[in-house]
Write a protein that binds this ligand. Structure first.
Ligand code: HEM
Length: 315
């Protein structure tokens, strides 16, 4: 015990002397330091001040908190993606561990989405949503950041645009054709929804910057670095397929289930707060956003949740 303290003191002495600080003064500081408490560390009280309903309808609290929970999971996913992007020499086991973490977060989100799709009273939802216009989950910046940092930017455009694009197509040109912009623009008049206008004013510049930053270090590019080393990447391929499917099909389907439950009257769709034609915009087989297209067969890419969407929309 004594030896252990001695060796710790030696290490501390070294640590502080390197920055020209005194060990004695820092030890004295310990005498007066208060003990750490759970509530201070986790910032529980601050966390619980962040729910600010717009109405006094009780179920709006569930709606706000589940969005916040989702944003925290998105942050966890981005935390892993940032580490992958910044890793100089990627190794199979390390990369696999990161993707498996992301997949666990997504599984938790997919499994819990019933908190939204069946966990609120439809009558309450239909009322409080009117106080939220024109805000929409469509404006989740972290959702877009996951998309931008996972795949090559061009994969977030329609097949039609991808077919025309060349290696010289620039990031601003791609951004003009990004799928979410198309989904919130009237084809005939070219008029953008107010939801999209607000979103672009706030985030367009930072999204394009992120696309530049991740052009050569998004998940797909990092995977290719590994593949080029000639190592066995079969387990990673499977994990990446799981990631692609969880984010772009399974999460999208759980989310669509909520829209089907709350945004239909007498079987007919009603307007969403973000103003998209949601029965067309939300189904994964309509946008067919695929992060890692070459990991899928043509048949799998064509299917992309189609049967499940059909069953859901007919329910
Ligand atoms: C009752 C629950 C929900 C309903 C009815 C719903 C409905 C919709 C609709 C209709 C859209 C299309 C845009 C629009 O016109 O507004 C949309 C987009 C979106 N929502 Fe939700 N939503 C719900 C919950 C959530 C939750 C909990 C999240 C989590 C952050 C979320 C995130 C998103 C995202 C990221 C988009 C854009 C999807 C894309 O562009 O592919 N939504 N939502």
């Amino acid at each position: 015990m004594e030896n252990n303290i001695e060796s710790l003191l030696k290490k501390l002495e070294e640590k502080y002397s390197q920055t020209g600080q005194s060990l004695a003064a820092n030890l004295e500081g310990l005498l007066y330091n208060d003990y750490l408490k759970y509530w201070d560390y986790i910032q529980v009280e601050t966390l619980l001040t962040l729910q600010k309903p717009k109405t006094s309808i009780p179920d709006e609290m569930i709606f706000i908190m589940y969005h916040q929970i989702t944003e925290l999971y998105f942050r966890l996913i981005l935390w892993e993606i940032e580490q992958i992007g910044n890793q100089k020499d990627v190794e199979v086991a390390w990369f696999l561990d990161k993707i498996e973490r992301i997949n666990r977060y997504l599984e938790a989100l997919v499994r819990s989405f019933d908190i939204m799709s069946v966990g609120m009273e439809a009558e309450q939802f239909k009322k409080f949503r009117m106080a939220l216009l024109p805000a929409s989950g469509f404006q989740s910046a972290q959702f877009r950041m996951i998309e931008i940092t996972s795949t090559n930017f061009i994969n977030l455009t329609s097949q039609e645009f991808r077919d025309k694009a060349t290696p010289n197509t620039t990031i601003p040109e791609i951004y003009e054709h990004i799928y979410w912009k198309k989904g919130a623009t009237e084809t005939a008049t070219g008029k953008k929804t107010i939801t999209l206008q607000h979103f672009e004013e706030k985030y367009s510049e930072s999204f394009m910057q992120l696309a530049y930053e991740y052009r050569d270090k998004n998940i797909w590019e990092k995977y290719k670095e590994l593949e080029n080393k000639g190592v066995d990447v079969s387990a990673i391929k499977q994990a990446l397929r799981d990631f692609d499917y969880l984010f772009n099909v399974e999460w999208a389907l759980s989310h669509l289930k909520s829209a089907v439950r709350y945004l239909r009257e007498s079987g007919k769709p009603i307007d969403a707060t973000g103003g998209t034609n949601w029965t067309k915009y939300l189904p994964p087989n309509f946008q067919r956003i695929i992060f890692f297209p070459s990991l899928w067969t043509e048949e799998e890419r064509q299917e992309w949740g189609r049967k499940k969407v059909e069953a859901l929309l007919q329910s």
